[in-house]
Design a protein around this ligand. Structure first.
Ligand SMILES: N[C@@H](CCC(=O)N[C@@H](CS)C(=O)NCC(=O)O)C(=O)O
Length: 206
């Protein structure tokens, strides 16, 4: 790393927190740069140069610019924290499976439920609830006989899944029925370097 890694994000964004969490867990020095989503900064020219999709998070690692939280986790693990993304083809593929779940069912389930309650988004709450229950049932079963999503140690799969599951109650999703998921959340929260996403209200720049 030639200069300090920059993470452009927003305090209420679970996708941003995913990257910030990993940088802290993997002990990667970084600087946080606020992109004010409420003021629409992400749709204005300077930010759109970093990410034409107009979304946070984005990282700058020297001259390398990268958007998309899961892509960023892969890049950071391969560059600075290899144990979080093992080379073994079977483990790497299993990890990809859960990165897909994070970008799929978790994004369209609990993350979207939170968009309704925290950001006032006009989305289909029933459909979101169904996706969430389906995903949480599957993940709770998956975690019934293991501590981590893949293998014997935490990986970027755990990091990618963590934030929107931990914050599901903000979207009125009750985690009470999912004891394996709750135990897994606690294991992640006990890892050295863990940082929580603390912002809860739009407009709060934590
Ligand atoms: N696939 C992207 C999704 C990122 C995303 O949806 N970011 C939200 C904040 S959590 C955002 O910037 N939304 C603003 C918009 O889409 O206009 C990722 O994983 O980083």
């Amino acid at each position: 790393m030639t200069s300090t890694l920059k993470i452009h994000g927003f305090p209420l964004s679970g996708h941003s927190h995913r990257v910030e969490l990993f940088a802290n867990l993997a002990n990667i020095p970084h600087e946080k740069i606020l992109v004010d989503l409420v003021a629409g900064e992400h749709k204005q020219a300077p930010f759109l140069k970093l990410n034409p999709f107009g979304q946070v998070p984005v990282i700058e690692d020297g001259s390398f610019i990268l958007a998309d939280s899961n892509a960023i986790l892969v890049y950071l693990a391969k560059s600075y924290a290899k144990s979080w993304l093992p080379e073994d083809p079977k483990k790497a593929a299993e990890i990809q499976r859960f990165l897909s779940m994070a970008a799929g069912e978790i994004n369209y389930g609990p993350a979207s439920a939170r968009l309704i309650t925290v950001f006032g988004a006009g989305l289909d709450a029933k459909r979101i609830q169904d996706v969430t229950v389906w995903a949480f049932d599957r993940l709770n079963d998956h975690l019934s006989d293991r501590d981590w999503t893949v293998g014997e140690k935490p990986t970027i799969a755990d990091v990618a899944l963590y934030t929107y599951i931990a914050h599901a109650p903000e979207g009125n999703v009750d985690l009470a029925a999912y004891s394996n998921i709750r135990a897994w959340l606690k294991r992640i929260e006990a890892l050295p370097g863990f940082v929580a996403m603390t912002a809860t209200k739009v407009g709060l720049a934590a």
